[in-house]
Design a protein around this ligand. Sequence first.
Ligand SMILES: CCCCCCCCCCCCC/C=C/[C@@H](O)[C@H](COP(=O)(O)O)NC(=O)CCCCCCCCCCCCCCC
Ligand SMILES: Nc1ncnc2c1ncn2[C@@H]1O[C@H](COP(=O)(O)OP(=O)(O)O)[C@@H](O)[C@H]1O
Ligand SMILES: [Ca+2]
Length: 557
Amino acid sequence: MEKQPRLLASQLLLKNCVFEVSLNRVFLTWKEVSTKKKRVSGSIHHPFKVDPGHSVRVSEVLAVGELDLDSGMKEDGRWQKMPQKPTEAYPHAFTVSYVERARHHRWRCCDVTFHCQEWALCQQWVQTIREQLAALTGRPKHLLVYINPYGGKQQGKRIYQQKVAPLFARASISTDVIVTEHANHARDHLRTEAELKQYDGVVCVGGDGMFSEIVHGLVSRTQTDNGIDQISPEEKLVACTLRIGIIPAGSTDCICYATIGINDPVTSALHIIVGDTQPMDVCSVHHNNAFLRYSLSLLGYGFYGDVLADSERKRWMGPARYDFSGFKTFMTHNYYEGTVSFQPATDTLGTPRDKSPCRAGCLVCLHNKRLCPEHSPAKCMADPDSSDSECEGGWRVIRGKFLAINAASMSCACPRSPMGLSPAAHLADGTADLILVRKCSRFNFLRHLLRHTSKDDQFDMTFVEVHRVKRFRFLPRHCQNDSELDLRENGKRLFSQICRDHPACGCSPAFSSWNCDGEVLPHAAIEVRVHCQLIRLFARGIEDPPVFEEVPTPCGI
Ligand SMILES: CCCCCCCCCCCCC/C=C/[C@@H](O)[C@H](COP(=O)(O)O)NC(=O)CCCCCCCCCCCCCCC
Ligand SMILES: Nc1ncnc2c1ncn2[C@@H]1O[C@H](COP(=O)(O)OP(=O)(O)O)[C@@H](O)[C@H]1O
Ligand SMILES: [Ca+2]
């Protein structure tokens, strides 16, 4: 570690023991002074226990303030439980709030109170830490917050008021809060009304559907402000500058889970406060060259489309609706015929079968970003073993019968599937993983589904294939010859037809719809394109757990 010049170093009292406290541009460090004579009356000090010291990155200090020891009130007017009785020799104190890491990527806000002998020293500490915090670029000061009061278990308002607002206040972040009154309220407000210049970011309190609304509003607004036509599938879209923070209060919360590692409101709020940045890919979905929607997590036809369509009628069940409809859809066991064509991502680093997932500071995302937004014609890599795979003008074409066609532009890790739908997919590499689950028995499909809940490889099955793509198209069989409308009629016949050619399989052919981040798409024939790093979140990607606690020797001392 490079040595940093020391900005301050003092002996201060913490929990009745004397600590050597020091600050440089990178770390705030405190370590107990172990000589017996430095001990202050009343403290219990074990002579053989060596204090390894405590170190906090300045970039993870949330706030600092003086503490009025007579009243126990902090500068910001909040009351604090007195950390210790004021001693006569140390009558002044200041409190530092900082990020502490707990298990499973959870962050907590911790307070430490140091007592000083002189008021001037106390002031000097508070001022110097504040100057360091002010010098950090990227921390938001003013945020626009949208709360969906009906997401998930309908706890959005309570979660924000009780868990998030006090942290924002402590970090001196001011907010304008809008509690949405109807679906698309946030999207339309962002698209046309919100005065975005005054904000450093947008916060979404809700689930993946609410986040999708915010993205639609922000991406649309950015294109309009830059004179870009987002309707055209070939247009190069302009990346949004405002970052988005997600306070999870929905049913799946996969964006939050896959970008932070946990769906915990306090952890999310702390990532917002420290001003983290995580870019993310966005897929645009078109039908016949007309724009339909953006997708950030899952685009699923067949199984996940049917789960969603069924679950929409059971919103009253809350998050459990997905399990209920999941079971029902699994039992129905429908398959769908169609043609999938895609442009393989041949020039990028990484494959969907990699063992190393996308993590904070991902080098694959960094490398592949440099290749974007070039659109060099992709090489066609037809699979010689696959009779239903062929090349058409640089696109690979696969015709078949599928239980599910899923596209994930990131892992889609969520509490139901901690590794996700595509564990090796990258958040910001400009590609999506296209997963084709061919018609198979119920038992095999269950084996495939169950593997999502463990570390087992869900792609290592003969009826599953996965491709990393930059673009793909899907054309259901009923759209191939005639117009969709005519074939809806034909489909009525097909719909009731039982799968006679594979009696053992027990599935029946039918129509499905696309699940686009929890919204049902109105068309089955779609064209999808990945836009590399179109948006940025207040997140840093999932951090690797520390191998050992990093305790730097007090720098500069
Ligand atoms: C047997 C257990 C199998 C568990 C398989 C779990 C795989 C889960 C992968 C989930 C990827 C989720 C991607 C995120 C999608 C969200 O955009 C989107 C919207 O979220 P929001 O409501 O928060 O706004 N969420 C969804 O579309 C929900 C998809 C969840 C599907 C759950 C399916 C459960 C299946 C249960 C099958 C049970 C079979 C039992 C047989 C005895
Ligand atoms: N005030 C509101 N009333 C009804 N629906 C809303 C409101 N605000 C947002 N929505 C919609 O609710 C849907 C689900 O929201 P979300 O927060 O994702 O919860 P969940 O994860 O439970 O689906 C989103 O599609 C969003 O457009
Ligand atoms: Ca990606």
